[in-house]
Design a binder for this molecule. Structure first.
Ligand code: G3I
Length: 316
């Protein structure tokens, strides 16, 4: 029987999972992680708080562990993430910086981290979650101090440090067409016009049954292909109000299949990553109390209806 990764490969796509370092002590978990998927993403291990915990002091322990696992299992690595407003180290968030200082800090962080993983990762989520729901720029440390130009700068620095890595911007609630995905459309168009290195848009895909399926997903992916960038579903999970029941799990399965088909239908949607593969390690219950059961494998690492639905979608 073919794995999800092998089935996706028949379409020239990868099928990946996020993972996190604490999970590396779980042998049964690792067995599936290493066999079923053709790409992995560190859920936390490459974020700023982990990689530059003190200013100018870099720690690659967690990222390297995941990259080494990927190498042993012939998996791509979607590296995540360089510029974000969350999970920053204390020294960075509590310091007061001039624009000039912060620009130098950002450049050094990007250059050092991207160089370290040069030729070892397939892609980078260079800038994560840069926009608000209404399509205005999110007022982060980066935007407030550096202005919107930080995005182009970050992409250029990353490209200089690893010319082969595919460079992405990545966000949630941009599955369908709306003000927030429009902001990305305009951003990519403008970056392309200025010859800024941008290769892809990452559509996270944190969906919830109670909010409805993003019916314009496929059309949205297609319009980005029209801008000559790749797209990827980068953090897919489909949560529900607990307790789960057969009906909800069946709907969830349909949604997983529909997302898979949408990606396969669009040239330049290069792959799908689920935000870990088992409910055992999902971030959802910790962030949305009363919600969960979001992934294709249950807490006991048993495949759910969603797993079969993805297989079917990849098999046709
Ligand atoms: O490392 C500490 C540990 O020392 C402490 O004992 C423990 C107690 O809560 O917390 C640990 O930190 C947690 C960290 O993950 C590492 O496990 C944080 O509390 C927790 O908030 C953090 O959550 C991560 C979240 O990003 C933070 O926003 C999730 O694991 C991670 O999956 C999630 O991933 C994000 C993507 O990067 C971007 N898109 C959204 C996605 C989901 O939020």
């Amino acid at each position: 029987v073919k794995t999800l990764g092998e089935l996706a490969r028949q379409h020239g796509r990868y099928f990946g999972s996020a993972t996190d370092n604490p999970e590396f002590s779980d042998a049964a978990y690792l067995k599936i992680l290493g066999s079923e998927f053709t790409s992995i993403t560190p859920g936390n291990g490459m974020k700023w708080y982990a990689t530059e915990p003190q200013q100018g002091v870099f720690d690659w322990t967690n990222g390297d562990q995941i990259v080494n696992f990927a190498r042993r299992h012939h998996q791509l690595v979607r590296a995540h993430t360089l510029v974000w407003h969350s999970q920053l180290p204390d020294w960075l968030t509590t310091g007061t910086w001039t624009a000039e200082q912060l620009r130098a800090i950002l450049k050094k962080h990007i250059t050092t981290e991207v160089r370290h993983y040069r030729r070892k990762v397939y892609s980078w989520d260079v800038v994560n979650e840069a926009f608000n729901e209404d399509g205005t720029y999110r007022e982060t440390l980066w935007y407030n101090t550096l202005g919107p130009g930080y995005i182009a700068d970050a992409l250029r620095w990353a490209h200089e440090a690893d010319p082969h890595a595919k460079l992405y911007v990545n966000d949630y609630n941009i599955e369908g067409i709306g003000p927030k995905s429009d902001a990305y459309y305009d951003l990519v168009k403008s970056l392309k016009a200025r010859h800024v290195p941008i290769d892809g848009v990452g559509v996270q895909g944190h969906l919830a049954l109670q909010y409805g399926y993003p019916a314009t997903l496929e059309a949205n992916l297609r319009r980005f292909a029209g801008l000559r960038v790749d797209t990827a579903i980068t953090e897919l999970d489909i949560r529900m109000l607990l307790p789960a029941d057969a009906g909800k799990l069946a709907t969830q399965a349909t949604w997983y299949a529909d997302v898979t088909k949408a990606c396969l239908a669009v040239r330049r949607c290069v792959g799908i990553t689920i935000w870990d593969y088992t409910d055992k390690y999902s971030w959802i219950p910790g962030f949305f109390p009363g919600e969960g059961a979001a992934l294709p494998y249950d807490e006991n690492l048993q495949p759910k209806p969603a797993y079969d639905a993805i297989r079917d979608a990849l098999s046709s």
